[in-house]
Design a protein around this ligand. Structure first.
Ligand SMILES: N[C@H](CCC[C@H](N)C(=O)O)C(=O)O
Length: 259
């Protein structure tokens, strides 16, 4: 039986999207998911997402990295899933859904999806760098000349260092462009390459920029387009709440997977 799929992208982070409300997709077949995400022998994507029914939520988002492994939270993928849910008629303009890191709310506002992220408890200092979890783990390094940085080599060196080797981490390089804008490039674990944008990474970078004195909202430039992050610092000044990731999400094409 052919499986219908949809292709979505959010600021250049691209996903194979499957309506799995009938639970017909072979979700435990890692090699199959990896194959579908392969850009030469499959459809090609940074990840694969299943939209599923859930008794307590509008829907559940199940996210796999391109390597076929179940991932953690994916911010760009979540915006795409909200757009997909609306196209399927599962939601109208607001959603309350379940992802790997718990409940999320979202709203569709013309081209943009406003996605509420979970509160972040704190930021760890690692030498001159930072590490935090925005639903996925993110290492943050501020740099001066991001355009010319070898994100693949530098990101890979951190992702495979002694601390992160087994679990992995996403690695974000951040440059401050002005009082209200940063530029972020990300090496993603699970893809094991630079992607054009990473939503949880952009969120993490903006929160660290906020901790260092930038005010919300922060505009974020990525290679795949522009996002915005809104947040409040909590009273103790260590964590963050009311965090929103705002940006576009588009359906690109539809097709059927040949078995
Ligand atoms: N691209 C995703 C992040 C995926 C995180 C994943 N690479 C992992 O941590 O395993 C995003 O937009 O947030």
């Amino acid at each position: 039986m052919a499986i219908s799929f949809y292709k979505y992208q959010g600021t250049g982070n691209d996903f194979v999207m499957v309506d799995n409300r009938k639970l017909a997709f072979p979700a435990s077949d890692k090699a199959f998911v990896k194959h579908l995400c392969d850009r030469r022998t499959g459809i090609g994507a940074d990840g694969l997402i299943l939209l599923q029914d859930h008794p307590d939520y509008d829907f559940e988002m199940v996210y796999f990295n391109a390597d076929g492994r179940l991932g953690s939270m994916c911010g760009n993928g979540a915006r795409c899933t909200v757009r997909f849910a609306r196209a399927l008629g599962v939601i109208e303009d607001v959603a309350c859904f379940l992802a790997a890191d718990g409940e999320h709310q979202a709203s569709v506002e013309r081209d943009l999806i406003h996605l509420k992220m979970n509160d972040v408890k704190g930021v760890e200092f690692v030498g001159n760098d930072y590490f935090l979890n925005t639903g996925s783990p993110h290492y943050i390094r501020f740099v001066d000349n991001l355009e010319n940085l070898d994100v693949y080599e530098e990101g890979r060196a951190i992702r495979y260092n002694k601390r992160f080797k087994s679990e992995g981490t996403n690695v974000n390089f951040v440059q401050r462009l002005s009082d209200d804008e940063i530029f972020v490039r990300t090496y993603e674990r699970g893809v094991e390459d630079e992607t054009l944008s990473c939503g949880t990474g952009v969120t993490a970078a903006a929160l660290v920029a906020g901790m260092l004195g930038m005010e919300s909202p922060i505009k974020v430039k990525t290679l795949g387009g522009n996002l915005e992050v809104v947040f409040e610092q909590d009273e103790e000044g260590e964590g963050f709440k009311y965090i929103y990731l705002i940006g576009p999400a588009k359906q690109v094409f539809t097709g059927a997977i040949s078995s």
